[in-house]
Structure formats: structure tokens, C-alpha cells
Write a protein that binds this ligand. Sequence first.
Ligand SMILES: [Zn+2]
Length: 405
Amino acid sequence: MPLFRAAWLLPMSQPPIRDAWLRTERGRVVAFGPTRPGDFTAPDEVDLGNVAVLPGLVNAHTHLELSWMRGRIDSIAAFPDWIRSVMALRRERESSSDEIAQAIAAAIDESRRFGTALVGDISNTLVASAALAERQMAAVVFYELLGFPASDADNVIGHALEVLRMMPPMGEVRHTLAPHAPYSVSPALFGRIRAALDQVPLARSSVHLGESESEIEFLRDGTGPYRDLLNDVGKWDPSWVAPRCGPVEYIERMGFLDDRLLVVHGVHFGAGDLERIASKGATLVTCPRGNVQTRAGSPPIGDFFASGVRVAVGTDSLASVPDLNVFAELAEMRRLSPETSPRLLLEAATINGARALGFESEFGSIDPGKREALIAVELEGSVLNIEEHLVSGIDGSQIRWLSAS
Ligand SMILES: [Zn+2]
């Protein structure tokens, strides 16, 4: 039952505490508060020194199975080309499962080193699930389905449900279903996924939405790079009719816009879309570094927060970012929107991500009863505005886990 002392404690459920103490017991937070002059030294005291203690971060959107692609996709001109590059690379390397598994294991370890306690992982193959469980990384694994021809819907959902049925229980690695994106999932498949999710009322889902301008064009006119891509891979469905609406309205029509949904990206939403997401209680997950790298565009971070939508943050995959450092995403959000309060940015990486993934009783804030999944960030000298400091760029070498202290 150690008593920790630290220069700063950021519970996230209340303002930062300077010169704080924290008691934990059997892996849970018991109590914490400010150190007062004359406080006794406890025999089991651990002085963490000049550090800021905060909840382990939540990476609400990544694709661990793509980790082996790190550094392998060259800079491209537009987002749909990036999808083509990923598809081509996947075809080339389909057989090297050892390399894929090793990259996944290394990526999970790297996430931990960067202070991540919980991930939302998008997977088309579920190859990362066992590695997550083995490494005791809590996760929601979104089994992501694709199928644009309406005639594929029954097969795709049937296969997915069978695969999920065969998965052994994996503790804190929870599985659910997710449609990939409006240009890769037929209305029929959206419907099948919705019906399957409705059997599990608390199940989260996720969708890539408003990521590129090409998606907006596709939904409006049924034309553009996605139409070409579907043609090229033999997946265009001539019975599909462009809905002539924006992506948020489309996903609402598909029955997905509610408080269990993680809307990922939102770089290219129209007027009122963010408010619509906010009013339904869905979470917007931003992946700013990846958006820039894939030429999707810079996410309007300031608009996200101004709209009142719950914002979480993800790194996206190592195919599009150099590392899985959530602190680096926060620094990018800060760069894109210096006017947004650092507190809001930190909430995105902690409590909001935990809520979005349904793990808020365990992670996301420092409160009695919650998990001692806490990190200590090394500080240099006296830091006056700790929240601003933490969103200005923190490297893995500055981070250690409390339970390993
Ligand atoms: Zn993604």
C-alpha cells in the first residue's frame, strides 16, 4: 500500500494538484490530495520526484496489424492513393506472418513505453488480439468489415460472426464489429452489422468518416477516385445509388449515429455535422498526424472542441505515422489549434477515450477505485503550467509506469 509523492498529479476529474500525494492498494487508487506543510512522512513513501502523474493514455484509434508497414509507404499525392498503396503492400506481403506478428508485438510494447494503457484497435484479421491479451494491454478490438457489393453482405457478416464465435475469451481485450467506411460498405452490410450489434446493446462501433474530400464527392455524386478504385478492384455495385448527403447524415441513415459510435477523422465535415454528432453523444476520434501524412488534410481541431462534441485521439497506424506516441498527437493538435485549452486536449487522450471505449470505470482518470494504470512524466525544473507542458511534446524516455516504480 505505497504512498506516492509527486510534483504534480493530474486526476483529470479535477484540476491538477501541485505537490501531491497518492495512495494505491492492490493495483487500485485509494486516495490522493495536496501535500500540506508538516505532513508526516509515511514509512512506505515513494518519492517520485519532479514528475507529473497522470492516467495512462488512451489511443482510441490504431491499426496494430499494419505495424509492419512502418516507413514503407512513400509520400503520396491524395488520400485515395494512400489506400491503394496500403492495398498493394498488403498483397505483396501476405505470406510473411512472422514479420506481421513481430511488428504487432513491438508496436504494443512501444505503445506501453509511450504511456498508453488502453487502445481501440481496428482489425480486418484479428491477428493482434492474442498479442494484446498476452501483453495485458486493455483493448477494444473493432473487427472491421468491408464489402461494397450488396450481394456480399450475408457472406461477410456470416463469416465475421463465425470468427468471433471461435475466439477464446481474452480478459480485457473485447471484440466488436465495425463498418470500414461509406465507400467500402454497402447499405446492406451496414444493416447486417447494425443488426448483429443490436444483440449486444453495449457494444461499441467505429467508422472512418469524413476522412477525405473524395468520400464527400462519392456520397454526393457517386463519382471520383473511390468509384474508380471500386471499379479497378472489381467491387463496384451498379445497383448502388449515391445518397446525395453528407457523411454524418449517411451514417445516421444507416442507424449508427449514437453514443456507442466512434466517428474517426472528420476532417471534411459540412456545416452542422459536428453538432449532429455531439447531439447524438457519439465520439469524434481525431488522428491529426496521420491525416497530414496521408494527405487527407488537417483536421479542424478548434472546430471540434467548439462544437461540444466529445473528442478522443488516436495515432492511426504505423503505416501513416512514425510512432504510436499519443503525446505527439496532442502536440500536433496543439500546433493546429493553439487556442484550444490544454485541459481539453488532455481529456481527449484520457477520460474521453476511456468513455468512448466503455472502459471509464477502470481507466481515464485518477479516482478512488480506478486502476493504478498511471504514468509519471519526468519534468525539468519547475513547470508552472503543467497542462500546457504535457501537450507540447513528451517523449517516451520521459515516461515511466507507476506500478513499475
Ligand atoms: Zn484508421
